[in-house]
Design a binder for this molecule. Sequence first.
Ligand SMILES: [Zn+2]
Length: 267
Amino acid sequence: MQAMKIATWNIKQAVAPRKPLQELWNFAADVIDADVMVFTEGKVPGDGVPEGWTAVWRDEGVDDKRTWGTVIAARNGVEIVDITNGVDGDGGFVISHSWPGTVSIVDVLQEGKPVLTIAGIYGITQDADGNQVGHGGHSVPNILNELVDLVNSPRGERLVIAGDFNLLPADMPEELYEIMVDVVEDTADLREPLDGCTACSFDGESCGHLWTHKDDSSEDNAMHNIDYVFIAPELAGVCVDVYGGEADFEGIWEMSDHAPVVVEFEF
Ligand SMILES: [Zn+2]
């Protein structure tokens, strides 16, 4: 058996104040200790992908004004292959991108064998006309629709969809829960309730969400669970640990306004 740790983390390169990229990538290696990172609002440092990592990303970011995007990076001998724009032929999939740069997709290989396919997504906070709306309520359902052919392809059985959805639990698209497993909700009874969870979906039950986003603009210092990892039901048997949020990364708000969500697999 071999362990693999994957994590999603928004490293806040869209809005100031920004931490130096090298510091954020070092944190991912040293503190999160991830084998594969999905960095949302991410960038590769100006002098290139840091030593020890390989990465898949769209160099221009989302557009001219938004030069950040979803970066997927790997280390510790884990190989990633860029399939963001689909794969031809039998068993392949087609995809379009309404917001290029917000979605990156990789096959993840361990010792040459494909073990996961990861779609890293960022729920850009725009409506259909490009106006800022402050949440992913328009973009996320569109991005998920664009992933349907991937979900239905053979890769769907080893698919992970991870990222910053910019949606609170109660606002998440229900269809996603019919086809994939929200690893945090699935393990909710193993952790302490998140007292102050905003727009919780656990409706009266004890909440096991993670505090993944600190909203300084809200008066009640709201605890947002807006970063998610979904796995194909077929992966449930190899998923061995789920953790993250502020509870597991004390002092994280010094680094970003988001905290990581971490999932460990054993293959
Ligand atoms: Zn909750």
